[in-house]
Design a protein. Sequence first.
Length: 256
Amino acid sequence: MSRSVGQVNGSDASGRIFILSDDNMADVRRPRRTRADLRQQLLESALVEFGAKGYDGASTRSIAKRVDAQQPQINYHFASKEALWEASVDHLFGLLAEALGELRPLDSDDPVVLGHALAEMLRRFVRFAAAHPELNQIMVHEGTEDSDRSRWMVDRYARPWYDVTATLWGRLRAAGITAPIQPSRVYWVIVGAASIPFVNASEVRTLTGDEPTAPAWVESHADDLIATLLPGLDEPARNARDAGRASSVGSGSSSQ
């Protein structure tokens, strides 16, 4: 039974007085969403749904329900399910571009400068993958078969990153900074190694007892990835963190 907490001075077309209760207080307190706010929320909900279930398994009704919206509101903002998918992928890669931001010049003739630029790119990508596991999820779902969506995503987003990574890697490998991985394949090594612990977060928790989304774990994973891929690059900050971790482990062992 609802508990009356007051009256609202107003009435509907029938002249009934509205009574606030536990059942409707949440609706009264909830701020009104603008159309732009709702569109943004639908995009973010769509990323979760498409990431978890793939395009064919995703439900626009579930996407709407997750943000307390109705199916017609999706139809208002997006002409079709495919239009929603494309808009959500555009949104996701836009967030990735913002996360990567301005990096050191990638056209430098100094391989050390290029190496540090790639290291920073890897670090920022790991952080993004931790916050947005749906990036790898969607890429895997769409990459398992040849389709218009897959080709659209590859041409629009994957190919530019592949080309930049392969070219940069080739120059750094010639300078002796990188691990001996072919430039034509390193793109998948980076994407997979950076993303999988966060896509398979439950597995990480079960196997290690660690929380892979914890900031310290994310930074440590980035350090490990950079050390593995760029063994010829000296990173003082990473070296200091490694020394600190080694000291902590040593202190813990000696105290037992």
